[in-house]
Design a protein around this ligand. Structure first.
Ligand code: 13P
Length: 249
């Protein structure tokens, strides 16, 4: 079984003062934990990546970005390439988050290109997929996620360079979560679909995301085929995030 990955997606939250304090707190907890049974990743907003990389250096907490461009450099105002992120110490980058798909019109092909760019730069791509509420209500959740895997996971993806995050759109920031049965069904389905594209699909970490908090983490993050969590709101307080990580053990 792959080692659990507990990832915090800070989204557009964090100034230097609170961002550094949060990172410092987590770095201290993680580095003083005796043999943690999970890996920990934080994905702060871009302006904090470099300085937070220094705050968490040597702690074992990994650094990730929330997006990257598909090209390595060039005339793309406002964008950051995967090579730039690797250059400042990122090991991971989230691609295809539903908020990017929704607000920046990212489609599967673009997500696959970004993931491939991440791989070329030596980064681990955290590829996000997940159905909308209308798609689930229409009984299309499994089909939608299969299509997103087929379209968003690039050639060359392996368990070493790719993590999948299943985040049902309707569960993000809403306090609602799928049932345990639905999560188990979806994660098994994702693993089966991955095996069509990825040679070592059994070892790919498949994270659950969407309204994960301390009170439901033990139930959701210990299910079969759930190899960790991608946490939004509850990753912004060290105590909350740490409670989630410990509950996943
Ligand atoms: P919440 O944990 O706030 O629901 O966000 C989930 C998410 O989108 C993580 O990427």
């Amino acid at each position: 079984m792959p080692r659990k990955l507990i990832a915090g997606n800070w989204k557009m939250n964090g100034l230097r003062s609170d961002g550094h304090a949060l990172a410092r707190d987590l770095a201290l907890r993680f580095s003083t934990e005796k043999e943690p049974a999970f890996d920990m990743l934080i994905c702060p907003p871009a302006q904090l990546l470099d300085s937070i990389g220094q705050v968490i250096a040597g702690s074992g907490v990994a650094l990730g970005a929330q997006d990257c461009h598909r090209e390595t450099k060039g005339a793309f105002t406002g964008d950051l390439s995967a090579a730039m992120l690797a250059d400042i110490g990122c090991r991971f980058v989230i691609v295809g988050h539903s908020e990017r798909r929704q607000y920046h019109n990212e489609i599967d092909l673009m997500v696959a290109e970004k993931a491939a760019a991440a791989h070329s730069a030596g980064l681990i791509a955290v590829i996000c997929i997940g159905e909308t509420e209308a798609e689930r209500d229409a009984g299309e959740a499994l089909t939608v996620c299969a299509r997103q895997i087929a379209g968003s996971v690039p050639d060359g993806a392996t368990a070493a360079n790719t993590v999948i995050a299943y985040e049902p759109v309707w569960a993000i920031g809403t306090g609602r979560t799928p049932t345990v049965r639905d999560v188990m069904e979806m994660h098994a389905h994702i693993r089966a679909e991955l095996s069509r594209k990825v040679p070592d699909a059994d070892d790919v970490r498949i994270l659950y995301g969407g309204s994960v908090k301390g009170s439901n983490a033990g139930e959701l993050l210990t299910l079969p085929n759930v190899d960790g969590g991608l946490v939004g709101g509850a990753s912004l307080q060290a105590e909350d995030f740490w409670t989630i990580a410990k509950a996943s053990e």
